[in-house]
Ligand binder design. Structure first.
Ligand code: ADP
Length: 216
């Protein structure tokens, strides 16, 4: 069945350019096409009041909203045969550090809910595509979104990258109290900076929100 799904690279998968390029490349290599592809910054009210509203009473809700709005995010409407279940399978389970290494979250997500990307599930795909098209995405008929996705991959696929295990090691050291939260912040900022072409303020904000998310 030909379907559409909403996917976005979360800030850990956008600011870390190689991780984002790998995500997009996986979709291109699977033969999917893009009805939209672009880097956008949805506002906090949309993310809290619409996209993640079902989690409003969960302890991870606020940190998740702050995290996903801490940088622009690479946003996609992906089209293809059984695309919803196929992409859910490709990204793997929710927690990056527990996801198998042959899944995108297992390989590129940082830790726990800092997990590279969002992808609609079977229940939510139709609703999310409509909601994002109505309220966040502005389609431009003059743009070739498949070409933009390919160009993104070409630009970032050989970008500097840091082994995800290094981040997980540092996070574990912090959780085991071998290093302080402040030390992790400094170290993670400098690692992400190596992987990114974003400005320092965005990297700083994303780093802080990644850590708050892990601690939530
Ligand atoms: P998925 O993104 O795999 O569909 P959910 O829909 O259950 O997962 O949750 C949405 C997002 O909320 C997750 O991707 C993750 O970022 C965050 N999240 C969910 N559960 C937790 C949790 N227990 N602790 C921290 N963050 C969580």
């Amino acid at each position: 069945m030909n379907q559409k799904t909403l996917v976005f690279a979360k800030p850990d998968g956008t600011v870390r350019r190689y991780a984002g390029a790998r995500l997009v490349k996986a979709f291109i290599d699977s033969g999917f096409s893009f009805e939209f592809f672009g880097e956008i910054k949805p506002n906090r009210n949309f993310m809290s009041g619409k996209h993640y509203v079902q989690y409003a009473d969960k302890p991870f809700f606020r940190p998740t909203i702050e995290f996903v709005t801490s940088s622009p995010i690479v946003t996609m409407i992906v089209v293809g045969e059984d695309v919803v279940s196929r992409i859910r399978k490709m990204i793997g389970p929710t927690f990056s550090d527990q996801a198998p290494f042959d899944t995108l979250r297992g390989r590129y997500g940082l830790y726990k809910g800092v997990n590279l990307c969002h992808a609609s599930d079977e229940e939510s795909a139709e609703k999310e595509v409509k909601m994002w098209m109505d309220e966040v995405i502005a389609l431009d008929k003059n743009k070739d979104y498949n070409k933009l996705a390919s160009e993104y991959v070409k630009k970032y696929i050989d970008f500097q990258t840091i082994d995800v295990m290094r981040y997980r090691e540092l996070i574990k050291d912090m959780l085991d109290k071998k290093i302080r939260v402040e030390d992790l912040k400094i170290e993670m900022f400098s690692l992400i900076k190596k992987e990114s072409d974003f400005d320092e303020d965005t990297i700083q904000l994303t780093t802080e929100n990644i850590i708050n998310n892990i601690l939530s």
